[in-house]
Ligand binder design. Structure first.
Ligand code: 26V
Length: 827
């Protein structure tokens, strides 16, 4: 179905000439690398063959790119992130190189089923959700913009768990994504750094009588590099993502001989290699878990050694460090890097504190991704001291100097000192990583306009006053290569047929579609694309789940992590309301709707897991009720991941972005759906606000309390019961859920759900927003009845999404935070 997509400029330089070579290359790789012939090759064999051939075509450019940065001693940006949610790579790389069509044709000639082969690839699911996927989109934009940008992170052996639904409940299974090997990575056995833990600090006087610290008697682990090339779209640039795997030190080998306790020695070795074993799947609460802090320090320590090694090839002092190195901290997870750089500069390289601090703060910048207090990291001091004793001392020193400054500015305000301190002294002492990140960075950014404003007004208000101008906004974006060109080839082709191909690198070009929103022929073609995508999804749902979705029905999607603040439950209240309306008035003209949910719950998050069960139990009843007669259907799509998103998003009519105002920092799914022609129903939260500004209020369904309203309602004393009393439909819905209408086998199953709303205060104000949401959904229905007008709105959404390209976001970081420059490598 994607067979008409145009070749990007790169491939058109030598039209047709590569095909015979490609065929030869594929057959040779199949034979000599994979060890199979055309007769015996499985789909997996072909996947690896195709991947290796593609990889070969990247490596030349990759080396040239690195050599060019080196030759020009370019300022580089290093994106430090615990998570990179890359998804599949094969098609992305082929499209970026401009070879996809050629591959498909040649493989077809060889009798290979391309669609099956590309789906053999396991997602690289090295992330939880938005934060990890943003990192992946940024890497694509950095390379596409010819910016010298490197990703640094952890090569988890097990990524995000695979979700299966058993008896309506989430069951987690390990994600053994490396089982068959990863064709995209290059292991670098020689790029190996020592990482220390535990031990203690020895003070001594150096030859000049200066007191110095030495961190000794440590337990050590080695970090080994694995490199993955990151090609830009339609450019020669191929950047690098370097992920670290933990390896035991040689010490363990020696211990085998010395201790005679061979088995114990091998056990210890395994334990130290556990560091990079598994991604933490909880993005809800910052647990004070030792292994997590160790993972953070592990990758930060190795990455900084690597960055400094590269810097020192050209420089014999550190004066120019901030002119050559920018490090972006993706949330506080890598913020220990600030203390680590200070340790290296002061303890190891013997720089003076003030000088080291100046260089450090000019090097780092920090992105905040959430206002949720429970997700803000703070490590118990005792644990910190045990794992990183020297870093704790350095943090104390940073804190002491910082609080001195605060005291100077605000004399006689001990409350202020307590609030701003890097150490939380309430209860058990702990280290506030966000405060370290702010104090140690020259820029701090939020990820959408409202999020940045709220940061400045709430959690970081003191810091905003103390450091005017340090906190800035960088509204998120998404890469249009993966989220439009790759995921939605039919729409990409339709767009290109009218405005050419340039939009893929310059998304503002989509504006040229605006006049076509009034063109009946274009609308019809646009509608046909949406229809084809809905049919494709319907086939897949039928095949995977035995679920029948009617492509004529309105496809209503909420796909994201399951969280109370994202309010999947509010969506369900609407579903049950619709169900009741159909039951009570079966002959009325109801707009047929298919409500699609997808998302993972943190394994220990009771309410999120119960929400999944409720979705599935409601689906069971609604989908099988003959009175409903298929006018309402509900489906939970298991194991929502990047690849599932690519399949779902192009088929959506309606995008549910219904978080309580003031809670969703930005959202990026909202951008992906709108860019694929779904209309948004949403609150004035996160980037929804900026999406509304871009697409116009006639082309989006906004409802509910604003962030200001939310604060007002909460301080005035919110009474969820009153809303329940005032609304018969709401009362009926809650009664049904609470009394076992959807869980006859266990009538009390969903009492906790109703209790959070009615007994425990409904913290996320679902009941306060219910009426407004239901009303807004009614407007959606009315709009959907007029397909011509609906398509016009959908086209205007696509046409106005240019601003939400991660190219725009990354260029803004480059100009306003990193001061790095575009640098195309010579072809
Ligand atoms: C938080 C934590 C807390 C500590 C334990 C492990 C862990 C792992 C991941 C996270 C990430 C939570 C923050 C996050 O993903 N924020 C999302 O970032 C997106 C990109 O900026 C943004 O669009 C979403 O609104 C925001 O929720």
């Amino acid at each position: 179905m994607s067979s008409h997509i145009k070749k990007p400029a790169v491939a058109q330089k030598h039209p047709g000439s590569a095909a015979p070579e490609l065929k030869q290359s594929l057959v040779e790789h199949l034979t000599y690398v994979v060890g199979k012939d055309v007769l015996t090759a499985t789909d997996r064999d072909w996947f690896f063959t195709a991947a290796y051939v593609a990889r070969d075509r990247l490596t030349g450019r990759w080396m040239e790119t690195m050599q060019n940065y080196y030759a020009r001693d370019a300022k580089r940006v290093y994106y430090f992130s615990m998570e990179f949610l890359m998804g599949r790579t094969l098609v992305n790389n082929l499209l970026n190189l401009g070879f996809e069509q050629e591959y498909r044709e040649v493989l077809a000639e060889l009798g290979v089923n391309w669609d099956k082969v590309r789906k053999i690839e396991d997602d690289a699911g090295l992330g939880n959700g938005g934060l990890g996927r943003l990192a992946a989109c940024f890497l694509d934009s950095l390379a596409t913009l010819d910016l010298p940008g490197y990703g640094y992170g952890i090569r988890y052996e097990y990524g995000m768990f695979r979700q299966r639904i058993e008896n309506g409940r989430q069951v987690e299974h390990p994600d053994n994504w490396l089982r068959y090997g990863n064709p995209w990575e290059f292991p670098r056995a020689e790029v190996l750094y020592q990482v220390k833990f535990h031990g203690h600090v020895v003070k001594y006087s150096d030859e000049h009588g200066v007191e110095r610290s030495h961190w000794v008697a440590t337990d050590d682990v080695m970090a080994m590099a694995y490199d993955t090339p990151i090609p830009g779209y339609g450019t020669h640039t191929v950047n690098n993502m370097r992920l670290w795997a933990a390896k035991a030190t040689r010490d363990f080998d020696l211990r085998y001989f010395n201790e005679g306790n061979y088995i114990k020695a091998v056990e210890d070795k395994n334990e130290s290699e556990n560091l990079s074993k598994v991604l933490y799947p909880d993005d809800t609460t910052a647990m004070g878990r030792e292994l997590r802090l160790k993972q953070q320090y592990f990758f930060v320590c190795a990455s900084l050694q690597d960055v400094l090694r590269r810097y020192e090839k050209f420089h014999d002092d550190f004066d120019a460090l901030p002119d050559k190195v920018a490090i972006q901290l993706n949330d506080t997870h890598p913020s220990i890097a600030i203390a680590e750089l200070m340790r290296i500069l002061v303890d190891v390289r013997h720089l003076e504190w003030d000088k080291a601090w100046n260089l450090t703060t000019r090097t780092f910048a920090y992105t905040n991704h959430t206002l949720m207090p429970e997700a803000l990291e703070s490590w118990p001091v005792a644990m910190f001291e045990n794992i990183l004793p020297r870093h704790l001392q350095i943090i104390y020193e940073i804190n002491q100097r910082f609080l001195q400054d605060v005291m100077h500015r605000y004399p006689g305000d001990p409350a202020m000192l307590r609030r701003m301190s890097l150490i939380d002294e309430d209860g058990g002492k702990s280290v506030r990583m966000a405060h370290l990140a702010i104090v140690g960075s020259h820029k701090v950014n939020g990820v959408a306009r409202i999020h940045t404003e709220l940061m400045k007004q709430t959690i970081f208000a003191d810091f905003d006053r103390f450091y005017p101008g340090k906190i800035v906004n960088m509204t998120n974006g998404i890469t249009p290569r993966r989220w439009l060109n790759q995921a939605n080839p039919l729409l990409a082709e339709l767009i290109s047929s009218r405005i050419g191909d340039d939009w893929k690198k310059d998304l503002d070009q989509l504006k040229r579609l605006i006049p076509l929103a009034d063109d009946a022929a274009f609308r019809a073609e646009f509608a046909a694309v949406k229809r084809a995508n809905k049919e494709r999804l319907a086939r897949s749902l039928k095949h995977q789940l035995g679920f029948e979705a009617d492509p004529d029905s309105l496809f209503d999607m909420q796909i994201k992590r399951i969280h109370e603040y994202k309010r999947q439950l509010l969506n369900l209240l609407h579903v049950v309301t619709l169900y009741n309306r159909i039951r009570h008035d079966p002959d009325a003209d109801h707009v047929p709707r298919t409500v699609i949910f997808g998302g993972k719950a943190a394994p220990g998050y009771f309410m999120a897991k119960l929400t999944i069960k409720l979705i599935n139990d409601v689906a069971d009843i609604v989908n099988n009720d003959p009175h409903v007669a298929d006018r309402l259907k509900v489906v939970f799509v298991p194991n929502y991941d990047v690849s599932t998103a690519e399949e779902l998003i192009p088929a959506a009519d309606l995008s549910e972005q219904i978080s309580t105002a003031g809670t969703e920092a930005s959202g990026t799914g909202n951008m992906k759906l709108a860019m694929n022609g779904a209309l948004t129903i949403g609150t004035l939260d996160g980037a929804n606000i900026e999406i509304r500004d871009a697409v116009g209020e006639d082309n989006i369904f906004i409802f509910g309390l604003t962030a200001e309203d939310v604060t007002r309602v909460r301080t005035a004393g919110y009474r969820p019961w009153d809303y329940c009393q005032a609304n018969v439909e709401l009362r009926e819905v809650l009664d049904m859920i609470g009394s076992g209408y959807f869980s006859a086998d266990d009538p009390d199953r969903f009492k906790p759900v109703v209790d959070t709303l009615l007994r425990y205060g409904d913290y996320f104000l679902l009941l306060a927003d219910y009426a407004s949401y239901i009303d807004s959904q009614k407007q959606v229905e009315n709009a959907y009845r007029d397909q011509g007008q609906w398509m016009k709105k959908a086209i205007l959404n696509v046409a106005n999404m240019g601003r939400f390209s991660s190219d725009r976001t990354v260029m803004q970081y480059a100009d306003e935070i990193w001061d790095v420059r575009q640098m195309a490598s010579p072809e």
